[in-house]
Design a protein around this ligand. Structure first.
Ligand code: PDD
Length: 289
């Protein structure tokens, strides 16, 4: 089955899908995106992804007139057309295409593109057994990373540093060594039975998985502190972990080469991961192998 993409109302072969060379997403990263998990053919946490997209559109004054219901229908249509039961939906919405000029063009129509690809979530279950390592780098991003824009060059460079170091992720540090988040994941530590993650602010993305984990942890009587923590505190933590749509929860067992806790996935991360998989199963019916 050929891979199919959605571009501005039409489903076409991925290899033939095109946007205009003067699309503002391309020229200015004047665009927002979402990545949603497809499990058992269903979109996980879809209403939350839509809500985050809408917040971004409002903040950037992008006038997009498609309703949530219509957008959902198009997304589901693309997932079905691709025959994908386990994968990722990528959605990108730019301000549109117009002659290059920095201020907003008048009467421009946003460009909506969506793609679907296979993604093996079972590999995450394996990685959960061993845990992953992270490195740290300075956060070089702009002041509104709570908006999920495609201006991801600092993230790209950080993730490439991680890959070069053989690590899964790069944690991004503020000038005073506070761990903000990862290049494409939210960051957490565990201390004395409490889980700690950076509070929502303009300096982190409000991760959907982050939100889910806070809810699940509290329901399971595991206390959650949304407060800043430093690299020094992370290195001395009992456990560490990361979350994202594509992770969904992975224990972090090394930071900058230093073992965290025992250097193996700890009991809290393991318990939280089970809660996250249970929630995925509840929503989608997908069961880990
Ligand atoms: N990344 N922080 C950053 C900087 C991210 O890019 C992401 C998601 C997250 C986790 O958010 P969520 O739980 O909503 O996936 C945190 C996506 C998956 C990506 O860029 O591929």
């Amino acid at each position: 089955m050929p891979q199919l993409a959605y571009v501005d109302g039409r489903i076409t072969r991925l290899a033939e899908a095109r946007v205009h060379v003067e699309d503002r997403g391309l020229q200015f990263a004047d665009s927002l995106y979402e990545v949603a998990a497809i499990l058992n053919g269903r979109l996980l946490d879809w209403p939350q992804h839509l809500a985050r997209l809408r917040r971004g559109l409002a903040a950037l004054f992008i006038d997009f007139d498609m309703s949530d219901a219509a957008l959902t229908l198009q997304a589901q249509r693309l997932v079905a057309a691709n025959g994908q039961t386990e994968g990722l939906l990528y959605l990108q919405l730019s301000r549109g295409s117009a002659r290059r000029d920095h201020p907003f063009p008048v009467a421009v129509r946003p460009t909506l593109i969506m793609t679907v690809r296979r993604f093996d979530f079972a590999q995450r279950v394996d990685q959960q057994q061993t845990g992953v390592s992270v490195i740290t780098v300075n956060d070089m991003r702009w002041g509104r990373v709570d908006l999920k824009t495609t201006g991801l060059l600092p993230n790209v460079l950080a993730k490439q540093d991680a890959r070069a170091a053989g690590a899964f992720e790069a944690w991004l540090l503020s000038p005073d060594a506070i761990v903000r988040e990862g290049g494409s994941t939210n960051a957490w530590i565990v201390r004395q039975g409490r889980i700690i993650t950076h509070p929502l602010s303009a300096n982190i993305l409000p991760g959907i998985t982050r939100d889910t984990l806070i809810r699940l942890a509290r329901a399971a009587q595991i206390p959650v502190d949304e407060r800043p923590f430093t690299l020094a505190e992370a290195l001395a933590a009992d456990e560490a972990l990361l979350t994202s749509t594509t992770a969904p929860l992975l224990p972090v067992v090394r930071i900058d080469g230093q073992a965290i806790g025992t250097g193996a996935p700890g009991p809290i991360a393991t318990r939280l991961a089970a809660l996250v998989w249970d929630e995925i199963a509840r929503q989608t019916g997908w069961r880990r192998p």
